[in-house]
Design a protein around this ligand. Sequence first.
Ligand code: 13P
Length: 251
Amino acid sequence: MNKLIVGNLKMNLETVSQRDEYCLRTYEVFKKLSKENKNKIVFCPPIAHLDHFVHVVGKLPVEFGAQDCFWELHGSYTGNNSPKTISSLGGKYVILGHSEKREYNLENDENVMRKVLMALRTDLIPIVCVGYVENGGDEMENIKNQINLIADNLTAEEFSKIVFAYEPVWAIGSGKTPTIGEIHTVVLFIRNIVAKTYNQEVSSQIRILYGGSVSPDNVSDICHNTYVQGVLIGGASLNPEVFARLVQMLN
Ligand code: 13P
């Protein structure tokens, strides 16, 4: 399976000139590696920039997504974004349940589950983040509860379209990562839950990414075998040259 490499640009590139500079540099740098690249590359900019990214960077064989969506398609929901808007702007993916949304916007498992359902019904691919723990919480228990709540509401066919991203909170932006063995343990744990809830086929179909301090220096080790089928990148995606180097490491 090819790898899925997702850049979560978070709330950066906050001015039009920063956005324009990033897009032009990204276009130039990624154009050079388009031919040799065999993996999927996804950019998730702030939604206000999605249209511009699609027009400038979208001339290359890359895809786009958003960092969140609402659980309804339209109506009086001030400040929220419809999954339909994302898809009509050219987005194909949506990151849901990121720990920063949980921490600063009080996102919870119930909200994430509702967003996953609506994203799937709008043909967006949800990238569901797991691994959030509050002080003293049990990471594995949280992951299990979150996956079970989503699974309770989806058919096997719908569920198999989800991409999961294991992002331990302490690894985000810290320069620290779990050991490869620890990442594999969580990936296997997720696959076992899915196999028990659905079946082995669905369990092997879903894609599982790792996120948290991924850099060109550690990405090859993290993605070395088939356990981890891609990465969700924060900081390293903010510099187009570093992001491209990271992509190159996986070719
Ligand atoms: P960093 O790569 O900056 O640690 O961020 C990871 C992340 O939160 C991606 O969603």
